[in-house]
Design a protein around this ligand. Structure first.
Ligand code: TMP
Length: 253
């Protein structure tokens, strides 16, 4: 069997050359890291759950006309995506204060923000992904003014979509991070939502109990990460192998 060419190995995913030019195979690993990989573990099944959940969110975004890099899921751990040039920014949207914003500004976690707040971090592990302003982004040429207008509008559309989808299953979207890629079509470039959307890159709290159903469970040692992600997948109807819901009749041969 021919060996595939590895393009990039990140903390949670590995990218391989795809079957056709302009495509990439994105493999979801079970590795979990936090605090710039100071804390790490292998959480069995995390990659499968994130692959299925990211497919679910990216497909939904596609259906409402938000362009993404997603093409199709290949198997339980891999999806085919369009190759794109990743803009070196982490685009964070916050609806409620939490995490680094709560720390930085002294706002209690869970406080609703007056409106969604969009932040940008420069993607550089060696620097710990520092918060930057649009001034930095323009001055250092990471993205143009037109790109920034498009990125803001994409980020807010993703926020409205994800907030609604999660609300429907009793989950509050506290905040999330996306990455944006450029794809070239002839003389034109288009921006697409890239990377992944999963409980690794969102904060998701149960609306009734406040229970955390995202990577904070790992960051803060709050219990089983697999149980938390499985609960998100179960509520959204996205389960590995579609096991029957408890209580439903099953066919007996
Ligand atoms: P923060 O509060 O730690 O800045 O995180 C904001 C959001 O971004 C949260 O949903 C988690 C997500 N995130 C990532 O996806 N990758 C990261 O490296 C970090 C620090 C946060």
């Amino acid at each position: 069997m021919a060996r595939r060419k590895k393009i990039y190995e990140g903390k949670a995913k590995t990218l391989y050359e795809g079957p056709e030019p302009g495509t990439i195979v994105q493999y979801f690993k079970d590795d979990a890291t936090a605090f710039n990989a100071e804390k790490r573990d292998v959480i069995e099944g995390k990659g499968v759950l994130n692959n299925l959940l990211s497919e679910f969110f990216m497909q939904g975004l596609g259906q409402i006309g938000v362009p993404t890099h997603f093409l199709k899921r290949l198997n339980m751990r891999e999806q085919l995506v369009r190759s794109c040039e990743i803009i070196p920014l982490e685009v964070i949207v916050r609806n409620y204060a939490a995490g680094s914003m709560s720390k930085r500004l002294g706002i209690e976690e869970g406080t609703q923000l007056p409106r969604p707040i969009v932040e940008y971090c420069y993607k550089d592990d060696a620097l710990g992904d520092p918060l930057v302003t649009e001034e930095h982004i323009a001055a250092f040429g990471w993205a143009s003014q037109q790109d920034m207008d498009d990125i803001l509008s994409l980020a807010l559309r993703v926020n409205d979509f994800l907030s609604g989808v999660m609300l429907a299953v009793g989950i509050r979207l506290v905040d999330f991070k996306i990455e944006i890629g450029r794809v070239y079509e002839g003389d034109f470039q288009r921006l697409v939502v890239a990377d992944e959307i999963s409980p690794d890159s969102c904060r998701l709290w149960d609306i009734e109990t406040g229970q955390k159903l995202d990577k904070d469970v790992f960051r803060r040692d709050l219990g089983s990460l697999t149980d938390a992600y499985t609960e998100v997948a179960r509520r959204l109807g996205v389960m590995p192998n579609n096991p029957p819901a408890p209580g439903k009749p099953t066919l007996v041969n």
